[in-house]
Design a protein around this ligand. Structure first.
Ligand code: BTN
Length: 243
């Protein structure tokens, strides 16, 4: 495993993407920065982090046989790696909010951005960016409902140790993926899903509010929600949000 440490960079995902385009990257190459100036989040959002306080890194992983229609298992694997690492730190009430926000006591503690490169019907490699709130205690007003390890536990965490623990977990989960342990990954993911089995309020892209219960994840990674009339409807990432 190769770890590239950067004092400051626009985005560790973009950095690894450029590197992968211009050179042959070793499997599990990691880029980590103390200060990310133009962090990218899901759905073209921005990811803002406090310099030196948090974990801000990306990891490059190569695949030989993972098919595009198995993409959701990669998301399960990465989300579970972070989930497990936080569980080991005894963070209370951790869950995974579909598709891959990691929550602690109903507040977001970690964001994940997975960017894949394809070849034919296969995923050739992926760059996974992870932004984990670690020692940050004060968040800007517009970031509602967020927390950090420090806010949850009351003490500072060593960023290097935490990074090592997470990287080990990521490798463990990717091994499961390579060993075709798809059901195990799916069941583990569903088991720790945020708002699982609880009637929950959602908003669709027409801004309509509705109540439903999470039923599962479709083969193309959509969220399946059981509606009040018992029908099951599937929603893509842009089609639904939690209220
Ligand atoms: C999200 O929840 O919207 C995903 C956030 C992902 C942020 C991480 S920080 C490291 C990596 N580099 C980026 O530009 N984004 C990801």
């Amino acid at each position: 495993m190769k770890i590239i440490k950067l004092n400051a960079i626009d985005s560790t995902n973009s950095f690894l993407k450029d590197l992968a385009q211009n050179s042959t990257l070793e499997n599990y190459t990691v880029a980590i920065t103390e200060d990310q100036t133009k962090g990218r989040g899901q759905q073209e959002s921005k990811w803002v982090t406090a310099p030196l306080k948090n974990l801000t890194f990306s990891i490059f992983v190569k695949f030989n046989k993972l098919r595009i229609n198995q993409k959701r298992y990669l998301n399960f694997a990465i989300s579970l790696a972070i989930y497990d690492a936080l569980l080991e730190k005894k963070i209370d009430k951790i869950s995974i909010k579909w598709p891959n926000d990691i929550m602690a006591a109903n507040k977001k503690i970690c964001g994940i951005l997975i960017e894949n490169t394809f070849i034919g019907d296969r995923i050739k490699n992926s760059i996974t960016g992870i932004g984990l709130n670690v020692n940050q205690e004060i968040f800007p007003e517009y970031l509602k409902n967020v927390t950090s390890l420090k806010l949850e536990k009351g003490f500072d965490f060593n960023l290097n140790n935490l990074l090592n623990d997470i990287l080990i977990k990521i490798q463990e989960k990717i091994k499961l993926l390579e060993n075709n342990e798809f059901d195990l990954l799916e069941n583990s993911y569903l088991n720790v899903l945020y708002k699982k089995n609880i009637p929950t309020m959602f908003k669709n892209c027409q801004n309509e509010i509705f109540i439903g219960i999470i039923y599962g994840i479709s083969t193309d990674g959509k969220l399946q929600i059981q509606l009040e009339d018992d029908s099951i409807k599937e929603f893509g990432i842009k089609e639904v949000s939690f209220l």
